[in-house]
Design a binder for this molecule. Structure first.
Ligand code: ZN
Length: 510
């Protein structure tokens, strides 16, 4: 069985005095955790037990019952009337910390012994200098609410049992944000402080049948693969679904990268201007904090929107594998600060879209994500694998203009959108793995090979077979050199408002 987990974070709406209660509750929780941590340190045998037995043993040591009227280290001296579930949550938290501490201490001891043995062998006496791990000095854990400490969970409210500093009371709190999705099992909610606001985090979990490995899935001719070509501008992602036997089923163009890039570039330009106007500011102080925050949020949000669109598209078309290219290295850009930084951030965003898509795909019921070698995916024809001509609308159909929108294959007369062709090639790369095991080389090797001087004849076998080689300049630019210096640049939309960009990406659920 495979498992998908995620955390639903909900902002809370509560009267101002509640913030103090939540803080008091967390302080008490951490005191109890610290108490149990010390208790475990005093009774080392406890860590050899399993969690459930350790919990019983610790309760026996600290909790008075009719059968056990005088525990050795009574918890009631710390605070009276602590609910059983609160105590258990604290015990589990303390056990976790104690196990982590004990294993790092053990590791440190073995390393020390190894070091001393080595020194003895060499006849030297260099003392072991690494410091031993120390137990936590302060505790700042968020308090979880086990079953019994919360009830009446509705779409927009929950009732929690909270220590207010003077008594235990049930507080009703309004939750904002999205609902818990169906089909998941809910874990214990947790009150988490973020700045001066409190949030409710709820871990949710879903189990499903583990999908077969990629290589096994590829043996079935009807397995559907969703291949994604990520770009820096124009369409942020171009996805196409095809089956293993080569039938192309659907294509989707996602996101207006030009608008995102324009929006980001404008903000970066504003930062550069501000910087040129102000003098030196204090060290360790973030300049233009608001503008930077905005850039971060735009990137984050777009990456989330694009990745969920990718996964949604894959799901709608019944794909069970998602394929990306490995990221090629970032090519440094010349030009103004805003242009250089913008390029860098666009590149980072590609990595982010990949990471987000990967976990979203897995959570969407076990879609596996794979990556393939990016070499020449934009240059090869998806139907005959020959080299294509890439051009813009209205230009002659020859040569290779990096970043141009259209492509044409002189060998088989294939005409297509260049990014769609690239995404189809990405998918085929994965399928080729099963058919010709040696055809695809590891990414690192390829990169090293790329560094060979051009024309030295040392390269990739695939290329050596071809009669026509791409020009040196074009080859350096790699597959994703889409944009700079091409005709589209003039038409770039500067600073489209984020709301426009986001609304075109928004997912609509029926
Ligand atoms: Zn062709």
């Amino acid at each position: 069985m495979a498992k998908a987990t995620k955390t639903i974070r909900q902002a809370l709406h509560y009267p101002p005095q509640y913030a103090g209660y939540f803080a008091a509750n967390q302080v008490l929780f951490n005191r109890v955790v610290a108490f149990y941590f010390d208790c475990i340190q005093a009774h080392e045998g406890i860590l050899t037990l399993k969690n459930k037995e350790a919990l019983t043993a610790l309760e026996k040591l600290t909790h008075a019952t009719a059968a056990n009227p005088h525990p050795i280290m009574p918890l009631s001296e710390l605070a009276p009337a602590i609910p059983a579930m609160f105590r258990r949550a604290a015990i589990n938290a303390a056990l976790g910390s104690a196990r982590a501490f004990s294993s790092s201490l053990k590791k440190w001891r073995t390393r020390k012994e190894q070091h001393e043995a080595k020194q003895m062998k060499k006849g030297k006496k260099r003392p072991w200098s690494a410091r031993p791990p120390v137990p936590p000095r302060s505790w700042n854990k968020s308090a979880p609410f086990y079953a019994g400490l919360w009830h009446e969970r509705h779409t927009h409210s929950i009732v929690l049992k909270v220590w207010t500093g003077s008594c235990w009371s049930w507080l009703k709190i309004h939750t904002l944000g999205r609902d818990l999705p169906g089909g998941f099992q809910m874990g214990s909610p947790q009150l988490v402080r973020k700045g001066d606001r409190w949030w409710l985090h709820t871990p949710i979990e879903k189990t499903f049948e583990a999908p077969a490995k990629v290589i096994e899935q590829l043996t079935a001719a009807d397995t559907r693969i969703c291949a994604v070509d990520l770009n820096l501008d124009h369409h942020l992602a171009v996805c196409s679904v095809q089956t293993v036997d080569g039938t192309i089923l659907a294509t989707s163009f996602i996101g207006n990268g030009t608008a995102v890039s324009g929006c980001r570039k404008q903000l970066l330009g504003r930062i550069a201007r501000n910087r040129s106007q102000t003098g030196i500011i204090a060290e360790n102080e973030q300049d233009n904090a608001d503008l930077w925050a905005k850039i971060r949020h735009v990137d984050e949000q777009i990456a989330h929107l694009v990745s969920s669109r990718i996964v949604q598209f894959a799901q709608e078309n019944g794909a069970s594998i998602l394929v990306f290219e490995h990221l090629s290295t970032l090519k440094p850009e010349k030009g103004k600060y805003s242009r250089r930084s913008n390029r860098k951030r666009a590149y980072w965003m590609k990595g982010r879209i990949f990471r987000y898509s990967k976990y979203k795909a897995w959570n969407a019921g076990g879609i596996i994500t794979a990556r393939v070698n990016p070499r020449n995916t934009s240059r090869e024809c998806h139907s005959c694998h020959g080299l294509v001509a890439r051009y813009n609308q209205g230009q002659p159909q020859e040569g290779y203009t990096p970043g141009a929108a259209l492509c044409f294959c002189p060998q088989c007369q294939m005409r297509d959108h260049a990014d769609r062709n690239a995404s189809l090639r990405v998918g085929q790369r994965l399928i080729e793995r099963t058919q010709e095991p040696l055809k695809e080389k590891p990414h690192a090797l390829v990169r090293r090979a790329k560094r060979e001087p051009k024309g030295s004849g040392v390269g990739i076998s695939q290329d050596a077979k071809r009669q026509r080689r791409p020009s040196t300049d074009a080859a350096r630019r790699g597959d994703h050199a889409n944009g700079h210096g091409t005709a589209q640049r003039g038409r770039r939309r500067m600073g489209a408002p984020l709301s426009d960009i986001a609304s075109t990406l928004r997912i609509h659920f029926e």
